[in-house]
Design a protein around this ligand. Structure first.
Ligand code: PMV
Length: 335
């Protein structure tokens, strides 16, 4: 698609890059074009600091692309290997070039922690380095989106806005940084189950769009929610911010659960965590939850409540998205 005559970056035999995972505060749910991964609505995310993927890419003499995840080779017919091969073939447009891609990731794959977002964003950035493409983050975001929609939001860090766009070829559907910092803001991950989900988000989105009676109002409701969230962000109003994000996640799961046949990403443990969040909030603690296409829960809170929440949710993984510069970090594999 980009490189008809791919030329390597001189002196560069391999290239690597880190991309953070991201959690949507206003969710993207439903595609207007599945092939180009164009969303039906704008979304806003917060990046996950040190949680993400590091990709190292080089050209290989093998007859096909080779992928490793945390030093283990992936089966070529696994879902993520197939998707990534298709993406590389489409982007490089030279089927003679085969790549070795080594990913180190500190979150589980396919458990609703936006692993595909950091996976494709990291590979996209590393590929651009390997070929010394002189392209903007907007263009990288568009390329990453072709691998996984939410990957377009993992090119940048911090608060990121993905413009759904209107152009049928998707050139106006990209994500950009909102240039807002909130140093006290924390995101916590409560792991309920790290197993790969049974229904992937593309299938679940299709089912929601085609069968859920609640989907018709999703685009306008999420647009209103986006405006409220942006207003809350501009004045660091934490309670409005948390409430809008939590309600948006609930609305998305109501749509998913009213599709036919019914899909649910929640396990009993998921419900327990959400109830606990509501309970401690009723007792005056500023904490809200969000949930993606998986059973795990992400908490939104301010750093003053970190210790208390670590006691309530043992094993809580805490991320401070604005505490460091996460562009050049070393990732250790998740166990
Ligand atoms: O990018 P995908 O196809 O994995 O879909 C992501 C969907 C949600 O995580 C549920 C919402 C979002 O905006 O990230």
């Amino acid at each position: 698609m980009l490189q008809k005559n791919a030329a390597l970056n001189p002196g560069c035999e391999s290239a690597f890059s880190f991309a953070p995972s991201n959690i949507a505060l206003i969710k993207y749910w439903g595609k207007r074009d599945e092939l180009l991964r164009l969303p039906g609505n704008d979304s806003i995310s917060i990046s996950m600091g040190h949680l993400g993927a590091e990709a190292r890419i080089s050209i290989t003499n093998s007859s096909d692309h080779v992928f490793t995840l945390n030093n283990k080779q992936l089966a070529p017919d696994s879902n993520i290997a197939r998707r990534t091969s298709q993406w590389l073939d489409a982007i490089i447009a030279n089927d003679k070039l085969k790549f070795s891609v080594a990913i180190t990731m500190n979150i589980p794959l396919g458990a609703g922690l936006a692993s595909s977002a950091c996976w494709f964003a990291a590979i996209c950035k590393a590929t651009a380095r390997l070929f010394a493409w002189n392209i903007s983050n907007k263009q990288l975001s568009i390329l990453a989106r072709l691998g996984s929609g939410s990957a377009c939001r993992s090119i940048e860090s911090g608060f990121v806005h993905w413009h759904a766009g209107e152009d049928p070829n998707g050139m106006d559907s990209y994500a950009e940084n909102l240039n807002i910092t909130w140093p006290e803001l924390c995101v916590g991950v409560v792991m309920v189950d790290a197993k790969e989900k049974k229904v992937n988000s593309t299938e679940a989105m299709r089912s929601s769009v085609e069968t859920s009676p609640l989907y018709s109002s999703w685009a306008s409701e999420s647009c209103n929610a986006k405006e409220k969230l942006l207003a809350a962000l501009s004045v660091n109003n934490f309670s409005v911010f948390g409430e809008v994000a939590e309600n948006n996640a609930i609305a998305m799961h109501n749509i998913i659960e009213t599709s036919d046949p019914r899909i649910s990403y929640s396990l009993p443990g998921t419900v327990t965590v959400k109830n606990k969040v509501r309970q401690i909030r009723d007792n005056g603690v500023g904490v809200y939850f969000t949930q993606d296409a998986g059973p795990n829960i992400k908490l939104l809170f301010l750093n003053k409540d970190q210790h208390l929440l670590e006691r309530v949710f043992p094993g809580l993984i805490v991320v401070s998205p604005f505490a460091h510069n996460y562009n050049s970090i070393t990732v250790s594999a998740s166990s």
